[in-house]
Write a protein that binds this ligand. Structure first.
Ligand code: ZN
Length: 81
């Protein structure tokens, strides 16, 4: 048992988050309603979806956000009078 998995690096911090909740900060604003967040405690990254639920920021979720972000910017530009 001399192998260290990435998940086992911050067990204590993860426990703190489990007990008291994650301390998220906004790392990236996607739209007015959707942002990406990162926990300052354990480094967990999440994003909220249109349903308002927080989801783990996976590679796929990142791509979706990237899409949304560019779409949102275009839409905003067009709507400016
Ligand atoms: Zn956390």
């Amino acid at each position: 048992m001399d192998k260290v998995t990435p998940q086992s690096q911050t067990p204590i911090l993860s426990l703190v988050c489990t007990a008291f909740g994650h301390d998220y900060i906004v790392t990236r604003k996607i739209t007015d309603h959707i942002s990406e967040y990162k926990c300052t405690c354990c480094g967990r990254e999440v994003s909220n979806s249109y349903s308002g639920k927080f989801e783990a920021l996976t590679y796929k979720q990142r791509e979706v956000n990237e899409c949304l972000s560019s779409f949102f910017r275009k839409k905003k530009r067009i709507s400016i009078h």
